[in-house]
Design a protein around this ligand. Structure first.
Ligand code: HEM
Length: 298
């Protein structure tokens, strides 16, 4: 098993150590939200928050970097984490559909390839190419990351939870699903338009727009679709439902309290189970290790 201490140490080498901050997605802000289920999920999962009644939620938007002073205008990966509060269950997503590593050990190899050699050096470029060559399943995610647009707003991009999860229906039938947050409209800019954006620009921008909405799209796997590999998307023609609408209303009153909390993708509720994806299961330990460090002020 890949030791989470080693993995989080490697993550710290990517962005430097910033005491008290998350080792990834350091700069973020939390918002009060309400999720209103459409009812369409009730035939497929007994999860209470997906039945009929609205449930309060906390949403955290973030930049991926472990460095909270990273300017916001770059073509970077970004995060949208949702904590449904009743019952408490987390859904953590990125604005790319697939992940860069198919196992925790490969995530460590990738992190080393991205950090071991000096920044900007030919050796580092070679190490990244060697990683992709040895792990061709990661090619899709590297292509996505290389072509990612800068969003006009956190409210105008899609977010994917990337992993497969299992829904258990009222009839006991188990189905593999994947989640996507679909914004009311999609709008991107170019890195030239946004070159002057300071750190946190998009967090401030969102506050001027609120309230904003996303719909929760749920894709069902075909019989041959991989459920254990977050680097592999499922074909776009798989059946989908609209499970409900998330309305993001206002910044939370107590930012410090909510920013201290952990959004853990393995925190599930009855009616939803982990798939056989090793990266998904592993994230529980990695996030606990990251949280242990930042809670201690390290
Ligand atoms: C082996 C794989 C991974 C490792 C080791 C890892 C590690 C971490 C760590 C240490 C944190 C900070 C946690 C904290 O301090 O609370 C974090 C945050 C985050 N990660 Fe990952 N991660 C992995 C995979 C993924 C994947 C597949 C996604 C795709 C959805 C993802 C999305 C995020 C997001 C959005 C956050 C910010 C969560 C928040 O808002 O609190 N990570 N990750």
């Amino acid at each position: 098993m890949t030791d989470p201490v080693t993995v989080v140490d490697a993550m710290e080498r990517m962005s430097g150590r910033h005491p008290g901050f998350r080792r990834a997605h350091a700069l973020g802000r939390c918002y009060d939200a309400v999720f209103t289920p459409s009812g369409a999920a009730a035939a497929y999962t007994t999860a209470v928050h997906l039945q009929g009644s609205p449930t309060p939620a906390i949403v955290r938007y973030s930049n991926t970097a472990g460095d909270p002073s990273q300017p916001d205008g770059g073509a970077a990966v970004r995060g949208m984490s949702v904590k449904f509060l009743s019952p408490e269950t987390d859904l953590v997503s990125l604005n790319v559909p697939v992940f860069m590593a198919s196992t925790p050990a490969k995530f460590l190899d990738m992190t080393r390839a991205l950090t071991d050699k000096p920044s900007g050096s030919t050796e580092r470029a070679d190490a990244v190419i060697a990683f992709i060559t040895a792990n061709p399943e990661s090619t899709h995610a590297f292509q996505e990351a290389a072509t990612i647009p800068v969003p006009e707003s956190y409210a105008t991009i899609r977010f994917w939870a990337q992993h497969a999860f299992v829904w258990v229906g009222p009839d006991g039938v188990r189905r593999f699903v994947r989640y996507r947050w679909e914004p009311a409209s999609l709008r991107h800019l170019t890195a030239e338009d946004t070159a002057e954006w300071p750190p946190g620009h998009l967090l401030d921008e969102l506050e001027d727009r609120l309230p904003v909405t996303f719909s929760l799209r749920v894709q069902f796997a075909g019989p041959e679709d991989p459920t254990n590999d977050p680097t592999q998307a499922w074909p776009a023609d798989r059946p989908e439902i609209d499970a409900g609408t998330l309305e993001i209303v206002k910044p939370v009153a107590d930012q410090e309290f909510w920013d201290r909390s952990v959004f853990d993708p393995t925190r599930l509720t009855d009616g939803i189970e982990l798939s056989d994806d090793p990266v998904l299961a592993y994230r529980k330990q990695a996030y606990a290790e990251g949280h242990r460090r930042r809670a201690a002020g390290a």
